[in-house]
Design a protein around this ligand. Structure first.
Ligand SMILES: [Zn+2]
Length: 241
């Protein structure tokens, strides 16, 4: 579709080469919920060539306050979240190749990330997040971690050679009964993750050096935290820096 990308091509830092890089890229979005919804919408809208959607759950009514890619009919059927998202994304941008995998990222399934140039962590459980961290470290691909709770959240881009998720967060909370989340907060954090992914894929901006952004939407405060590599890290400590 002519003119589809005209308003991003005219950004001085962006341009045709960045657009071509996006078109050649494959991104795995792990978790198609509150964070995954804006992440895959913005990546598809921006023209990322291939999206691999990974989530084993079906949409349900309690998702609809924040998981904006799923509609009432998806929750009523119910439809797999990856299937619901694939339908919306294909009608948003038919240039994007969307692969919908209704499965969980498990120790036995790292192959589902085989073709990904980058992954986006949109999960809500520590086990899956640390597994993604291990797979990306092993495959030497970057990934963008994001988390949200209530009115606040954070974003942290992890690149090969830099501090990993475990260096920065030796433990992460496990919410057995679901994390309380304002939909708009998930939208803000997910949008930041999409922007980070686009920067990493195109090489725009400074390479992340362990900097994470923490946002609180009640106070309006943003805090930058600089994480360093932990030589004793159980995940990346043994890897040559
Ligand atoms: Zn580490």
């Amino acid at each position: 579709m002519k003119d589809r990308y005209s308003r991003q091509l005219s950004i001085p830092e962006f341009g045709p080469e960045a657009q071509r890089k996006l078109a050649r890229s494959c991104v795995a979005v792990v978790g198609i919920g509150g964070l995954g919804s804006p992440v895959c919408q913005y990546l598809a809208a921006a023209g990322v060539g291939k999206l691999i959607l990974i989530d084993d759950q079906k949409a349900e009514p309690s998702n609809l306050n924040r998981q904006v890619i799923h509609f009432e009919e998806d929750a009523l059927l119910p439809r797999y979240k990856v299937e619901s998202a694939r339908m919306k994304l294909e009608s948003l941008n038919s240039d994007v190749d969307v692969e919908a995998l209704p499965m969980r990222l498990e120790e036995e399934t790292p192959f589902i990330l085989e073709n990904a140039d980058l992954a986006v962590d949109c999960m809500d459980n520590p086990k899956g997040r640390y597994l993604l961290n291990r797979i990306c470290l092993k495959r030497k691909i970057p990934f963008v971690h994001g988390a949200v709770e209530g009115f606040s959240g954070h974003v942290f881009s992890i690149v090969p050679g830099g501090p990993c998720l475990r260096c920065a967060f030796p433990s992460l909370p496990n919410h057995w009964n679901g994390v309380p989340v304002l939909g708009a907060a998930a939208g803000v954090i997910g949008s930041l993750q999409a922007a980070e992914a686009i920067k990493l894929l195109t090489g725009i901006g400074e390479r992340p050096n362990g900097r994470a952004l923490f946002l609180d939407l009640i106070s309006g405060q943003a805090d930058e935290v600089l994480f360093a590599r932990n030589p004793a890290c159980t995940e990346c400590g043994s890897l040559v820096p």
